[in-house]
Design a binder for this molecule. Structure first.
Ligand SMILES: [Zn+2]
Length: 69
């Protein structure tokens, strides 16, 4: 289970499933029940069987969004 953000080592906070709707891939939303948010950068995390794979995909997705940073 995650406890800290991989990027900034910030503690993650649990967020409700409803809150992340539309912010995570649909298959993740449909298959996961527990989500976590980094208060530092806003990145979302969730438990997954293939954690590293999912994280990489999410990371790539977020990198695009953060291009305006
Ligand atoms: Zn973060």
């Amino acid at each position: 289970m995650f406890s800290r953000c991989l990027r900034r080592n910030t503690l993650l906070s649990p967020v409700s499933k409803e809150k992340v709707k539309g912010c995570v891939p649909l298959f993740v939303y449909e298959t996961q029940e527990h989500f976590y948010e980094c208060r530092g950068c806003g990145r979302l995390y969730w438990a997954a069987t293939h954690k590293e794979h999912i994280l990489k995909e999410l990371s790539d997705m977020v990198e695009d969004i953060e291009g305006t940073e």
